[in-house]
Design a protein around this ligand. Structure first.
Ligand SMILES: CC(=O)N[C@H]1[C@@H](OP(=O)(O)OP(=O)(O)OC[C@H]2O[C@@H](n3ccc(=O)[nH]c3=O)[C@H](O)[C@@H]2O)O[C@H](CO)[C@@H](O)[C@@H]1O
Ligand SMILES: C=C(OP(=O)(O)O)C(=O)O
Length: 462
């Protein structure tokens, strides 16, 4: 089985549908070697697109990847009258909210279940048109993922939330007012909800126990460019002083540290050597420490205009370790799944304690079918008790390695598991069929071509 340019799907433009092929065949055994480029972060770009709704003029977002979450948010914004078009340079997206005055409920409903971003439209829409219709959310099924913090925050600003069978209807009878909010947990989405709502609310908002992920810091940078006044203080406290008007922005999106780490894990698991152009050291420090402890080697490239990180397997055995996922600056939960695949090749017993999502280790069942030795536990094995300890969730794993993996048929359950299955298939003997690859398009731009360029034996059957 060989890779062939003619069998690879072309990435979609922001406004068009993706290739419907949903299967990839992967023949393992070849170390991945070469270069890939990561563009704007999946967990920043859609939120920066939503922020454009707050501006009184057009915004220009640069470094936008062609992933399906961008297409979904484009559709949602267009359903409210935002004009979205490609800009002059590759990766430029121009978002013009000047004629936003409506919410096309049928068009919005068509995006039900596709991503988690719709809930973040609430604040901007309430400021702009006084009401928001939010269909059922999608996103990865890695836990219950309630939105209680979001709704409590919106109510604290003065919004009225009505839950109906078709979705949420949210109204702002009066201008939203700044408020004091303490999040029960430093949730990324809820922090963004508060930011996107507080910037145009009347008065000051104080947010406590905020999340501080690099993508949030980049969203704050976007909002500041628009005219917002936001101070990030110590101890997860953010102060936002509401202003009356925001302008459009020009912004170069932060590169995707989650995709970069996935390629790093692919290099480790296949014994390869990958230069990830665009990857930045700062937002990846915690990952880099773990990568080094496992036995991976890396080199940061930061010449003017040429950033990137080269990741490689230096030879010899990899080392098992104990790892806990956590909110930033901890080990990001989205790094966990690809790292678990790499740990199946490490010598000894590794322990992984997933503290952010209660069901994010479910994907390991398929890895055990491929020959990995992974045992799941309900207990918090990492030393730090987490929210899931007493609640019967299999959220700790013990991985015994190294194990030879063999090819199998795989069905992708979620985005990161999907890429992790590709890594496992690349590290395995034989040819695996991986089904449901459209899920990977949510966060990995043009991954088929990137794999082929790295020497992977991949085929997309017609
Ligand atoms: C599009 C996007 O940016 N997705 C990221 C975002 O998801 P997302 O913003 O959905 O994740 P959160 O940080 O909000 O969720 C963290 C935890 O808080 C809980 N929670 C959250 C909100 C709420 O109202 N109630 C509640 O209980 C969740 O169930 C979860 O256990 O941050 C996660 C944590 O870094 C990442 O894994 C996702 O890739
Ligand atoms: C969990 C993820 O994404 P989302 O929040 O969009 O489901 C992810 O990117 O791994």
């Amino acid at each position: 089985m060989t890779s062939s340019a003619t069998t690879l799907p072309r990435p979609a433009e922001p406004n068009e549908s993706f290739d419907s092929t949903d299967l990839i065949r992967v023949t393992g055994g070849t170390p991945l070697t070469g270069e890939v480029t990561v563009r704007g972060a999946k967990n920043l770009v859609p939120k920066a697109m939503v922020a454009a709704l707050l501006g009184s003029g057009p915004s220009l977002l640069r470094n936008v990847p062609q992933i399906s979450d961008v297409r979904i948010v484009t559709g949602l914004l267009e359903a409210h009258g935002v004009q979205v078009r490609a800009g002059e340079q590759p990766g430029d997206l121009v978002l013009d909210p000047s004629s936003v005055d409506r919410a096309d409920h049928a068009e919005i409903a068509a995006h039900a279940g596709e991503s988690r971003i719709p809930i973040l439209l609430c604040g901007p829409l309430l400021h702009r048109i006084g009401h928001a219709f939010i269909p059922d959310l999608g996103g990865c099924r890695i836990g219950d993922r309630p939105i209680d913090f979001h709704l409590d925050a919106l109510r604290a600003f003065g919004a009225v939330v009505d839950k109906r069978p078709e979705g949420l209807h949210i109204e702002a009878p009066h201008r939203l007012r700044g408020t004091k909010i303490t999040l029960p947990y430093p949730s990324v989405g809820s922090t963004e909800q508060v930011l996107l709502t507080a910037v145009l609310a009347e008065g000051v908002t104080e947010l406590r126990n905020a999340a501080t992920e690099p993508e949030i810091q980049d969203l704050i940078a976007v909002l500041q460019k628009m005219g917002a006044i936001i101070s990030t203080l110590d101890n997860r406290v953010i102060h936002i002083t509401g202003v009356d008007r925001l302008e459009g922005y020009r912004h170069l999106a932060l590169p995707d540290r989650l995709e970069a780490a996935s390629w790093a894990c692919a290099a480790l698991a296949t014994g390869g050597d990958i230069l990830v152009r665009g990857a930045l050291q700062g937002p990846m420090m915690t990952f880099l420490n773990v990568f080094r402890r496992v036995g991976g080697a890396f080199e940061v490239e930061d010449e003017p205009g040429q950033t990137g990180i080269r990741f490689w397997h230096p030879g010899g055995p990899l080392s098992a370790l104990a790892l806990e996922t956590d909110v930033h600056p901890g080990f990001q939960t989205d790094w966990q799944q690809p790292m678990v695949v790499a740990l199946t090749q490490a010598q000894g017993l590794s322990i992984v304690h997933e503290t952010v999502y209660e069901k994010r280790l479910g994907f390991t069942k398929a890895l055990t079918d491929m020959g990995a030795q992974i045992q799941l536990y309900r207990e918090c094995l990492g030393g730090t008790p987490c929210r899931f300890g007493q609640r019967n969730f299999m959220h700790s794993a013990v991985i015994s390695g190294p194990t030879k993996l063999h090819a199998t048929d795989l069905e992708i359950p979620d985005l990161r598991a999907g890429f992790s299955y590709l890594i496992a298939a690349l590290a395995a003997q034989g040819t695996s069929s991986v089904h449901g690859i459209s899920l990977i398009n949510r966060g990995y731009e043009d991954f088929g071509r990137k794999l082929a360029d790295l020497g992977a034996q991949v085929e997309f059957p017609a």
